[in-house]
Design a protein around this ligand. Structure first.
Ligand SMILES: Nc1ncnc2c1ncn2[C@@H]1O[C@H](COP(=O)(O)OP(=O)(O)O)[C@@H](O)[C@H]1O
Ligand SMILES: [Mg+2]
Length: 357
């Protein structure tokens, strides 16, 4: 069974507050789509609209070519995993995994085989007779995933499934989820997270949410290399966002003219120049920026330098061989034109000049 997910103008409101505003989004069959955005942006709400736990005030939800908007959750063919494991504490692992199948009145003799298969897929076969309290957090989350897979869903919905785990376990589980997806190439996954690393690592495409709306959607590489807005630039990866003015032959920043393609922007227009910290080098070169080092962090393979350039903070990740210049040192930074992206200036109050992350 290959099934995608389609949101067709889906809006959700709570007591008159629109928390999901006309979402149009298609997850292709077998695709992993991350829904990425800050807390409160409407990600969980979108997921719950697919699962059938919230009813849209307008729009339709499709799974495959079926309009499921009016179907109850158990008839939608979805599996769901949430942050707080949500296992039944008084049931052993195998009973937890069988739960969804029993609720759907699956034939008895088939249930044991399905449970065994799902526990095998998540590496939990040896723990079938344990109670949830006898498992670590990571193991409990594997059981929750096994439970979602036992019904052989066409789509798997995951809502911040790794948030409760510590950093090391999170990265192991991320690799596990990627493997699981390779084992189940027909299952579409919608993966809600506020963590850009998870989205960049796991997703075929990222749908970026902010303030109840879809802001951008593309492959991780596309959003990282060619962001279209300041929000995307600062939420996917780390970005220097420099306020510039478009000139005839480039842009003006802090008194200097920088040679970057201005595209169709009109001379005199304000704009924002996005340059990733790793694209900025130390020393003389094209598009030189001069300033004083205000912060220096050693990060093993790189140093992160913050440099005050005419009152603007510019962040550069430079290679280890340079050593760390002492604070207050006058330095020159540079970057190649091809590593810069010119963005429309954000409305006042949005975005900012500082690097995030
Ligand atoms: N059951 C609810 N009743 C009222 N408001 C809700 C409910 N669930 C979520 N909200 C509100 O909807 C908005 C979006 O929430 P949510 O989809 O959970 O965001 P996210 O998952 O991106 O953090 C938030 O402002 C939240 O407070
Ligand atoms: Mg949420």
């Amino acid at each position: 069974m290959t099934t995608g997910i389609r949101f067709d103008g889906v809006s959700v409101a709570y007591g008159g507050d629109v928390v999901l505003d006309s979402l149009d989004l298609t997850v292709e069959p077998g695709e992993v789509m991350a829904l990425l955005g800050p807390s409160g942006s409407g990600k969980t709400t979108a997921l719950r609209a697919v699962a059938g736990f919230v009813r849209p005030v307008s729009g339709r939800v499709f799974i495959g070519d079926r309009d499921v908007t009016d179907l109850p959750p158990h008839r939608r063919g979805v599996g769901m995993v949430v942050q707080q494991y949500a296992l039944f504490p008084h049931m052993r692992v195998d009973a937890n995994v069988a739960f969804g199948l029993k609720a759907r009145r699956a034939p008895k003799d088939g249930i044991a085989a399905r449970v065994a298969e799902a526990l095998e897929m998540t590496g939990m076969s040896a723990y079938a007779r344990r109670y949830p309290r006898e498992l670590s957090g990571g193991q409990q989350q594997r059981v929750a995933i096994a439970r979602a897979l036992a019904v052989r869903p066409g789509v798997l919905l995951l809502d911040e499934p790794l948030s409760a785990l510590d950093a090391r376990l999170r990265s192991d589980m991320l690799a596990e989820l990627a493997r699981l997806h390779r084992d189940l190439p027909d299952v579409s996954m919608l993966y809600v997270t506020h963590d850009q690393m998870e989205a960049l690592t796991l997703a075929d495409r990222i749908a970026l949410m902010d303030r109840s709306r879809l802001q951008d959607c593309g492959t991780p590489q596309d959003l990282y290399r060619r962001p279209r807005t300041e929000f995307t630039a600062s939420f996917v990866g780390t970005a220097n966002l420099l306020p510039v003015t478009v000139t005839g032959d480039g842009v003006r920043f802090a008194g200097a003219v920088l040679d970057v393609p201005a595209g169709t922007a009109a001379p005199g227009a304000p704009a924002t120049l996005c340059v990733r910290p790793h694209a900025i080098g130390l020393g003389e070169g094209p598009n030189a920026l001069r300033g004083k080092v205000t912060e220096a962090q050693w990060r093993g393979a790189t140093h992160r330098l913050c440099v005050d350039v005419a009152g603007h903070r510019v962040t550069a990740d430079v290679g280890e061989p340079h050593g760390t210049p002492p604070l207050g040192t006058e330095v020159t930074l540079h970057f190649a034109a091809r590593d810069a992206v010119l963005l429309p200036a954000a409305a006042a109050g949005a975005g900012g000049g500082a690097a995030h992350g």
